[in-house]
Design a protein around this ligand. Structure first.
Ligand code: ADE
Length: 240
């Protein structure tokens, strides 16, 4: 496989949402990606398989025990003879984006630790490489953020998305939003598909789409556009 992802969670079944559908399912079947979803309970040290306890200091809810995570980590390194890159989804981390996803997609082995409740005992940080947030809001567990991060990063693993162009044209890839898409019928309730797209003139179509991308970005995401350096050719497109 090109990339191996291991997830540690008390709700491993939640990950069926990403492993059983669409392009990720295909990528797993074709062997490009390996996703191991492990149950944190299998790494507990007591007969009741406890994964959380009330936090020290009182009045702060349940805190996840650090030991099961360390047990997993030690076993993983012993078995693989390899230190994985460990991500901890947390609202305290830097905010996820395409660039971070791209960088993660280059790692050989990734691990995601999913916390719940008030989070994991702070000492978890000793074995975490990076905390990442998916946005300034709080979810009840790390499972959904992990799924979001995996879904985004796998799109950058060669072979996962059908064509390379489709990833490279997507929003944000080159600092611009994606161009508009149309399919049949050519006219729907009086709304027509732009004629150039039906013309078969590939050069013209490419220019039309580039202009559409740029204008959309200016209008809808001026914050993205402000940092964007346009080529002379692109500037010409805008004033023609
Ligand atoms: N866990 C709880 N909220 C989160 C967020 N916004 N991002 C990542 N992990 C989280």
């Amino acid at each position: 496989n090109k990339i191996e992802i291991t997830i540690l969670s008390i709700f491993p079944e939640m990950f069926n949402i990403i492993t059983n559908y669409g392009i990720i399912k295909k990528a797993i079947e074709s062997g490009i990606v390996k996703i191991n979803v492990l149950n944190l309970r299998d790494f507990t040290v007591d007969k009741h398989k406890v994964t959380d306890r009330p936090g020290y200091g009182g009045n702060n809810g349940m805190v996840m025990l650090v030991e099961p995570f360390f047990r997993f980590y030690d076993e993983y390194i012993k078995k693989n003879n390899f230190k994985p890159y460990v991500v901890l989804p947390s609202p305290e981390g830097r905010t996820y984006n395409n660039q971070i996803a791209f960088d993660l997609s280059k790692k050989e082995k990734l691990v995601f630790f999913c916390g719940r409740y008030e989070g994991i005992d702070e000492r978890i940080k000793a074995i975490v490489d990076e905390e990442i947030s998916i946005g300034d809001y709080v979810l009840t567990g790390g499972e959904l953020p992990t799924m979001v991060m995996i879904e985004v990063l796998l799109r950058f693993v060669p072979g996962v998305v059908g064509s390379k162009e489709s990833v490279e044209n997507d929003s944000f890839y080159n600092g611009l939003l994606d161009f508009s898409h149309y399919t049949k019928p050519a006219e729907f309730r009086g709304m027509k598909v732009p004629e150039i797209l039906l013309s078969g003139d590939h050069k013209k179509i490419e220019q039309f789409r580039k202009k559409d991308s740029i204008l959309k970005t200016i209008l809808k995401r001026p914050d993205l556009f402000i940092n964007k350096e346009l080529s002379l050719e692109d500037k010409k497109l805008l004033v023609e």
